[in-house]
Design a protein around this ligand. Structure first.
Ligand code: ZN
Ligand code: ZN
Ligand code: ZN
Length: 271
């Protein structure tokens, strides 16, 4: 089986406001530590010359410039909340003349929300070049994109469901406060788990840090990073208090792994 290097980049580690929070003068929002500067939650998967974006965060433009992202081959959405979606118009910069629309993969509720809230993109009455050219694809179980298998992981986010993603030894689970038993079965033998861990106090739709630590320890990945962090979390202070194999994520963090690719090009990607 051929293999390649998969790199995951933390594009954004912040909660929906971003950190610093506009108008806030707390110690974390005024901190000079770059790990306390958090753009909205997103990640990039890079392998064999392909870039898969997880969510189009409100800060996509800034993240793309910072990480020198020059092309996007597909987008995997976790859910439809604004902080994970509202950079969608910045995908326009990644459309190439004559190339296919960029495929977006999401659950049916997220696809419906994208169509409704961004009808100017999807109504096809706009002059070319003024709107991003995107195609919508429903997630229907595991998919293969450019020979890499991607496994969607259903998660609870309050009363909604969101989608986490596993690629080889890496899983990315943001915006969740519960993991169904069937999903836990998909999270065995991980090298890296990136998991929602909003803050220390409880929250109705996000794991707090004590809850995230407990579930991370039961999943048992070699390393876990907590993401979607609020301004209650001070990186240098609180990272040092976490168990040895659990850390706080920060923007621009990256990790690489060897992954197996499918031998034949049986991609769900409609090129
Ligand atoms: Zn969020
Ligand atoms: Zn603050
Ligand atoms: Zn959310």
């Amino acid at each position: 089986m051929p293999s390649t290097t998969l790199t995951i980049v933390v594009l954004g580690s912040g909660t929906s406001t971003g950190i610093p929070v506009v108008g806030c003068r707390c110690a974390v929002c005024r901190s000079r530590d770059t790990r306390n500067k958090r753009t909205r939650c997103s990640a990039l998967l890079t392998y064999a010359g392909h870039n898969l974006l997880i969510d189009t965060s409100t800060d996509l433009r800034q993240q793309a410039l910072r990480e020198d992202i020059r092309h996007i081959d597909a987008v995997l959405y976790t859910h439809y909340h604004a902080d994970h979606v509202h950079g969608i118009d910045d995908l326009r910069g990644f459309n190439r003349p004559g190339a296919e629309p960029i495929p977006l993969y999401a659950d049916p509720a997220t696809l419906a929300s994208l169509r409704r809230n961004f009808s100017y993109i999807f109504d096809h009455d706009q002059p070319p070049g003024h709107v991003p050219r995107l195609s919508l694809h429903p997630l229907e179980g595991p998919l293969t994109l450019f020979d890499l298998e991607i496994i969607p992981i259903p998660l609870h986010h309050g009363t909604q469901m969101t989608t986490g993603y596993r690629c080889g030894p890496v899983a990315y689970l943001t915006d969740c406060n519960g993991i169904p038993d069937e999903s836990l079965l998909l999270l065995e033998n991980l090298e890296l788990l990136i998991l929602d861990g909003l803050r220390f106090r409880s929250h109705p739709t996000h794991f707090n840090i004590p809850e995230a630590v407990a579930i991370a320890q039961s999943i048992g990945a070699k390393q876990t990073l907590l993401t979607h962090l609020s301004h209650d979390v001070d990186h240098p202070c609180h990272d040092a208090e976490l168990p040895e194999d659990i850390n706080l994520a920060y923007d621009s963090q990256r990790f690489s792994f060897t992954v197996s690719l499918k031998t034949s090009s049986e991609s769900n990607h409609e090129n």
